[in-house]
Design a protein around this ligand. Structure first.
Ligand SMILES: Cc1cc2nc3c(=O)[nH]c(=O)nc-3n(C[C@H](O)[C@H](O)[C@H](O)COP(=O)(O)OP(=O)(O)OC[C@H]3O[C@@H](n4cnc5c(N)ncnc54)[C@H](O)[C@@H]3O)c2cc1C
Length: 423
């Protein structure tokens, strides 16, 4: 009997656990360790931040579902991974061993890298459901006495979609209340151009997002390096093509939300061979750590090099579809290792994403997500808003019922490695 432990019960950890359970032998033990008893559907956080969803609507309690699926569920944050001893330490001081480990802890939000940044400083966040809830409280106050808004993503950020979503949602909500004329909005981004998304753009995201910002009179600045935030303003440097400082400026705000850079969580940082200097898990194309072959990384916590050199550093986003394909590949590779074979399942790393814009939206498909691509398409219109609402319903239901990924398999978008392996 082998013990397979998954750290994290999010968009990566849950599919990984369910797929491992389906794939390994009945006698093997599967255990999920999480620092929270509920799943949060992170893509709905921007809706929580403007009061369109309550936090409860996007949370799913996990204990019963995991029990039904014969997966042990432990709610106790992991404090350290000790790969040389195949062991973990937990917040209550206990120690736990494993035969195989899947790390799916998501990111640590690196607000501490910029003075005054983040919910403990002067800005709001949508990266965690609790932050989004706080942001909604701040938003409700703001509506009583509106003023300037600054939204965007700072240097080193990799997750640009929610910044676009949030700024367009704010715009839609303000127009609905006939308050938009009292709110100058500025969008500051480290991207080299609007719609780059850390990926060199997908289809015509450059044209679509830029035109939408212009149409909605949202002022934007690209190649931005934020120097710091105070209670009512952000100071920043606009960087030139050659990486030199071009212009120093500031923007006032009454409400600001900017996406931070991500690092690995504390439990995996500073471990030689396991994580890089920013604490992201090192993996090969089978999602396996090269130094510790019984450890896999899935989701936002893995190290992927930037797609291209940009004047201000930006990272590559890790999106839901590619994360599920990582989870499936890791599960199948563990089964291969249990059978004494060599891991060979590779995730397809395709992207299917929708950025909601309030009553319309932008969607894109990228196969694979990182260029060069076989296919890249982008769409815009009210159907994208509708598709996001349907997808939220589908995904939360899928987690409630503990379903694996028929959607992705059916549409052949995510699981090339899985399909290759099955055929
Ligand atoms: C606001 C926002 C919106 C997004 N929208 C989209 C979208 O529309 N479409 C898309 O494709 N992608 C989207 N993404 C990107 C990505 O899909 C999500 O970030 C996704 O949640 C990442 O999954 P994950 O499993 O890596 O991390 P998470 O879903 O964050 O899960 C990690 C889990 O690990 C737990 N954990 C962390 N540390 C520990 C520890 N020490 N011990 C135990 N448990 C721990 C956390 O509590 C969490 O439950 C979005 C990202 C953000 C931030």
């Amino acid at each position: 009997m082998a013990k397979i432990v998954i750290i994290g019960a999010g968009v990566g950890g849950i599919p990984a656990a369910l797929e491992v359970r389906k794939t390994v032998r009945k006698s093997d033990q599967v255990m999920v360790i999480s620092n929270t008893p509920t799943f949060h559907f992170v893509p709905s956080n921007p809706w929580v931040a403007v009061g369109r969803r309550s936090p409860e609507q996007i949370k799913v309690p996990l204990e019963k579902m995991f029990r039904r699926k014969k997966i042990d569920f432990v709610v106790n944050p992991v404090t350290k991974v000790i790969p040389s001893e195949n062991a973990l330490t937990l917040a209550d001081g206990s120690r736990l061993s494993y035969d195989f480990l899947i790390i799916a802890t998501g990111p640590r939000l690196a607000f501490d890298e910029i003075p005054g940044f983040g919910p403990d400083g002067c800005t709001q966040s949508v990266c965690h459901v609790d932050h989004a809830d706080e942001t909604n409280h701040r938003w409700q106050e703001f509506l009583k006495a509106p003023g300037p808004v600054v939204v965007g993503a700072v240097q080193g950020a990799s997750c640009f979609g929610p910044a676009y979503e949030y700024v367009f949602l704010l715009d839609a909500e303000l127009r609905r209340r006939k308050l938009r004329d009292q709110v100058p909005i500025t969008f500051l981004t480290s991207e080299p151009y609007i719609g780059h998304l850390g990926l060199g753009g997908v289809g015509d995201t450059k044209g679509m997002f830029e035109s939408a910002l212009r149409e909605k009179t949202i002022k934007f600045v690209t190649n931005v390096k934020v120097d710091g935030f105070s209670n009512d303003k952000v100071t920043y440097t606009e960087v030139a093509e050659d990486g030199t400082d071009k212009r120093h400026d500031e923007a006032s705000f009454k409400l600001s939300m900017m996406i931070p850079a991500f690092t690995g969580v504390e439990a995996v940082r500073g471990i030689d061979g396991l994580s890089n200097p920013r604490g992201m898990i090192l993996v090969n194309d089978k999602m396996q750590n090269p130094t510790y072959p019984n450890i896999y990384g899935v989701g936002v916590c893995i190290a992927i090099p930037p797609y291209e050199k940009t004047p201000v550093p930006v990272g590559v986003p890790k999106t839901g579809l590619m994360i599920e394909s990582m989870a499936v590949a890791a599960a199948h590779n563990i089964r291969l290792q249990l059978d004494g074979q060599t891991p060979e399942a590779r995730p397809a790393l395709n992207a299917l994403c929708i950025a909601d814009m309030g009553n319309t939206g932008v969607g894109f498909i990228a196969q694979p997500q990182i260029p060069p691509r076989n296919r890249s398409l982008s769409f815009q219109g009210w159907k994208m808003h509708f598709a996001k609402v349907v997808f939220e319903w589908y995904y939360i239901r899928k987690i409630r019922k503990g379903l694996t990924s028929p959607f992705y398999e059916k549409f052949g978008l995510g699981l090339m490695g899985y399909k290759e392996l099955k055929s």
